[in-house]
Design a protein around this ligand. Structure first.
Ligand code: ADP
Length: 194
């Protein structure tokens, strides 16, 4: 199995690049943001709880997100590997993920960190908000999400750096160019299927 974490602030292009990686390498995509939005739209108890945090640009509590991920990994025993998008977002989540994978005799192989200047992030997210219909893509909540990222999520990078798994990727180039750079790193582990 090959397991990848796509790391980076809101608006850094994780979702877009995940789609490219999924089709090229046949990995299973696990996006906690997408999973949470699905729970919200189905009005499940988990969704109702999560929405309170998401609408304020705050992280959803670790235990909620970790439980959700664990079920998702169990659902796909035949996967070639996973791409984790928007997870882990705290050190606690990173440690929980290591334990979950260890239990399955596998591990995170590579962490690709998409780096984009903060002014570009805000511009991208405001533009996305005009069409995304996401209630958290407005300037006030965007600012809060970016703040939350630097406070709680950025430290996760050094957790993986200490394990020798972190690679920094410039995320402010055109989408295909960034994808090429990401691919160069993934190709060291896995051959493209498409
Ligand atoms: P973005 O990366 O653009 O902020 P996401 O779809 O990844 O978008 O996340 C949207 C919101 O969902 C976050 O602001 C947060 O409230 C919640 N969320 C997503 N993933 C996690 C996570 N791993 N831990 C806690 N909260 C999360």
């Amino acid at each position: 199995m090959f397991n990848l974490v796509l790391f980076g602030p809101p608006g850094s292009g994780k979702g877009t690049q995940s789609e490219n990686i999924v089709t090229t390498y046949n990995l299973q995509h696990i996006s906690t943001g997408d999973l949470l939005r699905d729970e919200v739209s189905r009005h499940t108890p988990l969704g109702t709880e999560a929405k309170k945090y998401m609408d304020q640009g705050m992280l959803v509590p670790d235990e909620v997100v970790i439980g959700m991920i664990s079920g998702k990994i169990d659902d796909m025993p035949e996967a070639r590997g996973f791409i984790f998008d928007g997870f882990p977002r705290t050190r606690n989540q990173a440690e929980a993920l290591d334990k979950l994978l260890e239990f399955k005799n596998t591990r995170i192989n590579l962490v690709l960190s998409l780096e984009v200047p903060e002014t570009d992030l805000i511009k991208r997210l405001v533009t996305r908000g005009e069409t995304s219909g996401r209630s958290d893509d407005n300037e006030e909540v965007i600012t809060r999400r970016i703040k939350e990222y630097y406070l709680k999520t950025q430290p996760v990078a050094s957790y993986y750096d200490n394990q020798g798994k972190l690679e920094h990727i410039a995320g402010d180039h055109p989408i295909p160019e960034t994808f090429k750079t990401l691919s160069k790193h993934i190709n060291k582990y896995l051959l493209p299927v498409a």
